[in-house]
Design a binder for this molecule. Sequence first.
Ligand SMILES: [Zn+2]
Length: 509
Amino acid sequence: MKAIILLGAILCLGSVVTMPGARAGEAAFQAGFAERDITPDIGMEAPGGYGKAYHQSLHDPCKVRAAVFGDGPSRVAIVGVDTIGIRRATVMAIRKEIEEKCGIKPEAVMIAASHSHAAGPLGFFLPGEFDDASPLVKSLVYDKTVTANPAYLARATREIVAAVVAADASKVTAIAAAGFGREEQAAFNRRFRMRDGSSMTHPGQGNPDIVEPAGPIDPQVGVLGAWSKDGQFLGCVVNFACHGTTGPGGISADWIYYLEKTIRGLMGDKAIVVFVPGMAGDVTQVNNRSPYQIKQFGEVSARYVGGRVGAEAVKTLVSFEQAAGPLSPVAAQNEVLKIKRRAPKPERVAHALEIVKQDPAKVDATEWTFAKELVVLDARIKKEPVADVEVQAVQVGPAVFLSCPAEYFCQFGLDIKAGSKFPFTFPVSLANDCVGYVPTEEALSPHGGGYETRLTSYTNLEPAAGRQIADAMIGLSAQLQPGAVPQPPPLPKFEGQPWSYGRVPPELD
Ligand SMILES: [Zn+2]
């Protein structure tokens, strides 16, 4: 499936002709922002691991935040949702409703999960998804694995649609700009090469067998900010690669709460901050190499990450504020790849079956959990041996958001930035579905390994998937033409007078 919308590029030419003195695309470029609340109830499931956990308190609200950019009849929506992940079936239903209600094309709607591990039960598995499986598998999924709450799913679906429709309805003639901040001390690669030649995830702070990180981080804080023509700040889209695992305690948007608070501190309480995560499959807030006894989880950690990334976003916004202009074109493309899942060996499944039939309290909890995962994966592959993996490109002038539904390794984000001809490339993970961790082939090679390479019902795409997805994303961006980077108006030829106070020789007596 492939779809292309490129109407904006043609239509903005008209505005140049009809508006003498106006900058290109000025009449056509519009931006609108809106947010809706999707805070789950106390007692609802708290998706964050492979098993069940439930919310007991509230820290801060979970939200849907949406930005709609338009260039004549061509419109795109970029949506950030405070959730660990969102499934493709949910996204397809949301896109259909959005098209019915306000006409934005399904392929032009990007819905990314912030990956907060303290949000509501939008997934992982959906109600009814395993109704045709064996009683054992049904029980392992519905009673022992993270599953969406039907009422919450319906509510969140409704609110995501409402946020996009409201953002579209609030569009005004706007100016915008994109740029990058740089934050190198808030996020860390969590996989390490060890002295024995292996790689592992989270070897432990201060572990003397750590040789070096097994992968990079992406220090760029990508920001796209928009103002009304009269200079009122409307909102921004922020892109940064770090897991939402600080866990300030209770229901929370995680560090994204403090990101929003920091940006609103300077830019105003009405500003909408849409967060779309970068490629953070192997990147978290935990610094395994810190020599200090510091809190790497909880309130302090959430404030640290959100404050630092937010401050960089603010710095970037005020730096390009005076360069902002109407952006064009506004366009979107997508493509659905068919990628095979990697199947566990039959003898591993048989062994896993033996383990899951035992009382979880009497076997090693980790061993039981991953045995359960293999049994559920085996059932999933029987129904769905090949995954639909949507890659998407959403362009706003000189900026392109390139998304995939993976918890994608950070190296791919850097590769995509290097391979894209756009001045501002924002790689977005966990968009429009979640297909689990997608590591590099190196991480899946004999010297690789670690948590993200475990075979589970969640993470199971074949080893070549990572490169295939990166190539497809770069390919999509290559089919789009970057728009001009806005600049402040050029200075006219000097015809003024020097400052009269300053135009004197030194007065010595
Ligand atoms: Zn994750």
